[in-house]
Design a protein around this ligand. Structure first.
Ligand SMILES: [Zn+2]
Length: 95
């Protein structure tokens, strides 16, 4: 491979890396925003250790209703509704 072909290949690679880097920056920004939102949702439960079990259930139920998994498998990720694992967790906590 001659020098100009090598240079063209390197430029293409650099261009792809730059694009991937920009996508990662957007991904990270979205994760940081989601993390901040989750912190705000969980803050009342974390700050008040003396809360009753009903408050804890209410917090979990609210997170689930807001579209966030509360099951161990997907905790913190968003859902489109109807996660059986979450329903199991909410059912066990309320009993
Ligand atoms: Zn779930």
């Amino acid at each position: 491979m001659n020098l100009s072909k090598q240079l063209a290949t390197m430029q293409q690679t650099l261009s792809q890396l730059t694009e991937e880097f920009q996508q990662l920056q957007v991904y990270i920004a979205n994760l940081e925003a989601e993390n901040e939102w989750l912190r705000q949702q969980a803050a009342p439960a974390v700050q008040n250790n003396s809360q009753s079990e009903n408050d804890g259930l209410h917090t979990l139920q609210k997170l689930y209703d807001d579209g966030i998994h509360v099951c161990p498998a997907y905790f913190g990720k968003t859902h489109d509704g109807g996660c059986l694992l979450c329903m199991e967790v909410l059912s066990n906590v309320s009993n």
